[in-house]
Design a protein around this ligand. Structure first.
Ligand SMILES: Nc1ncnc2c1ncn2[C@@H]1O[C@H](COP(=O)(O)OP(=O)(O)OP(=O)(O)O)[C@@H](O)[C@H]1O
Ligand SMILES: Cc1cn([C@H]2C[C@H](O)[C@@H](COP(=O)(O)O)O2)c(=O)[nH]c1=O
Length: 212
């Protein structure tokens, strides 16, 4: 059961280079314009709090054991939920996060091979609410792109971090796990064909039917 809050929670997801960051700021402005009486909070994972940002530095650079990596991702998420996401949703705000738990299933699960049972346990532990429900985004916008196109886009703009150094096979597994999650929870996900131009994608995002 997914919990309900006065606020509204949107996550942006996709493999590295799929185009999330290109659209997130305009999407925040769009939401602010469409819902002027609501505050819009933009945040990211891993990160979003001072501790989470410190953990991000470690997670994106330091080599570590797979379980350690998953536990640190969820530790950063617990802090993010407690300090930022839950208070904002309780206050009726719109929270827009660059990645959330689907990324752990896709990267630590699909990509690196951590068991889905362990990830389910962590999700229940970190996102569980006193009434037994799970804190989940109301809407997840998944930018879907083949690994080789994402790799070509990334290589034009920045030096790779630990995850971005992974090979195409890894990113294909990450992508497939995202698609599996999207199929399993099709009401929550909106799938974007990220091979389209930014202009076409932006039109699509503007036409999303969002009711708070
Ligand atoms: N639809 C698109 N078509 C072509 N190029 C794009 C498109 N969307 C984004 N790009 C370009 O691809 C590169 C990566 O985009 P962006 O940084 O938005 O990806 P991202 O999904 O946020 O990546 P990461 O998750 O690693 O931060 C940028 O140079 C961006 O300008
Ligand atoms: C939340 C989360 C993230 N990751 C990975 C995915 C990306 O490679 C980086 C974050 O970088 P971005 O440029 O800000 O997208 O972290 C992960 O492996 N697991 C997670 O739960």
């Amino acid at each position: 059961m997914t919990s309900t809050f006065p606020g509204y929670f949107v996550s942006f997801e996709g493999i590295d280079g799929a185009g999330k960051s290109t659209h997130i700021e305009s999407f925040c402005k769009l939401m602010q314009k469409r819902f002027p009486d609501r505050e819009v909070v933009v945040t990211r994972e891993p990160g979003g709090t001072p501790l989470g940002e410190q953990l991000r530095g470690l997670l994106l650079d330091a080599p570590m054991n797979l379980e350690t990596e998953a536990l640190l991702m969820f530790a950063a998420r617990r802090e993010h939920i407690a300090q930022v996401i839950e208070p904002a949703l309780l206050a009726g705000k719109i929270v827009i996060s660059d990645r959330f738990t689907d990324a752990s299933f896709a990267y630590q699960g699909g990509g690196r091979g951590l068991s889905i049972e362990k990830l389910n346990d962590l999700e229940r532990w970190v996102q569980g609410r006193p009434d037994g429900s799970l804190l989940q985004p109301n809407l997840t916008i998944l930018f879907d792109l083949p690994g080789e196109i994402a790799e070509a886009r990334r290589s034009k703009v920045r030096a790779p971090d630990k995850f971005e150094k992974m090979d195409l096979h890894f990113f294909e597994k990450v992508r497939q796990e995202y698609l599996r999650r999207a199929k399993e929870d099709s009401k929550r996900f909106h799938l974007v064909d990220a091979t389209k131009t930014p202009e076409v994608i932006w039109e699509e995002l503007q036409s999303l039917n969002i009711h708070l």
